[in-house]
Design a protein. Structure first.
Length: 283
């Protein structure tokens, strides 16, 4: 059974509220989307029908500007409407699209609140035509690490324990394996890092709320936090000039829906040249 980590109804409510504020963090979302969609320029393929998963009104217009017919979907109906038509409200864990509906699927910063991520990836792969391309940006371990540590240490100091307040992220090395497990061919995961600096530490929390990234972990405490928690935690993050920095460490995922005409790796032992000869160590 898939472990339940995220409170999906709570996440949907957060994203509903954030539809009114997400424009405040548009520059960050745009930067990540730019870096992700740059990978389209690395292929000679031309895509005609795309699915934008959770693009928060940023990714779908960028794809349409490239001349690609794009359907947008989001867990939140209010957030889905920001992407323009056609757009649908859809749960990433139970997608409503028929197999082979798209030749491109893009998920920009939208997969990290899913309980059954391998299952969702399988559904996204099935939504692709053979040899269709999947692109995703996924926060990995290292994202918001200073904030996570500061909140945990402050709460442990103020009480007997600490409630989880920052979502758990996978490790980068596991990302390509997730694609492979979901049946994608030629899976690749590379890393991009974005450093952010805020005038005050509370501006960091404001941006997380504006993006719909408040705490939706099932194991979170339902009681209000100690009034001293955030001042104590954020004080430990504040630098000498009063600012605070944060890091986004992102896995950029690329995978292809399997097709007969794709290049395939050779079977072990079928190579025609030894490694030593290839490296110039043999005559």
């Amino acid at each position: 059974m898939t472990p339940l980590i995220f409170d999906r109804p709570a996440l949907r409510r957060q994203r509903d509220r954030a539809a009114a504020t997400v424009n405040e963090v548009a520059p960050v979302l745009q930067e990540v989307a730019d870096r992700l969609l740059d990978r389209l320029d690395d292929t000679t393929r031309r895509f005609t029908r795309a699915l934008d998963v959770g693009g928060r009104g940023i990714t779908a217009p960028m794809l349409r500007a490239r001349g690609i017919f794009t359907v947008a979907c989001d867990l939140s109906p209010a957030m889905a409407r920001l992407s323009g038509v056609p757009a649908v409200a859809a749960d990433e864990e139970r997608l409503p699209f028929a197999d082979g509906s798209f030749d491109l699927v893009v998920a920009n910063l939208s997969l990290h609140g899913i309980n059954d991520l391998p299952g969702a990836l399988i559904q996204l792969r099935r939504a692709l035509k053979p040899d269709g391309l999947f692109l995703a940006s996924l926060p990995v371990l290292g994202t918001l690490d200073r904030l996570r540590i500061a909140l945990t240490e402050a709460e442990a100091t103020l009480s007997d324990g600490a409630s989880p307040r920052v979502a758990p992220f996978p490790e980068l090395r596991d990302s390509a394996a997730l694609l492979q497990r979901a049946g994608f061919a030629l899976p690749v995961a590379d890393v991009e890092e974005i450093s952010l600096r805020y005038a005050t530490p509370f501006n960091l929390l404001r941006d997380l709320r504006a993006a719909g990234e408040a705490n939706a972990i099932i194991a979170r405490s339902r009681r209000g936090p100690n009034r001293a928690l955030f001042p104590m935690a954020l004080a430990s993050l504040t630098e000498a000039d009063g600012t605070v920095s944060a890091r986004l460490r992102l896995a950029m995922l690329t995978g292809w829906a399997p097709a007969e005409n794709q290049p395939k790796p050779l079977k072990p032992g079928t190579g025609q040249m030894s490694l030593g000869k290839a490296l110039g160590n043999e005559n």
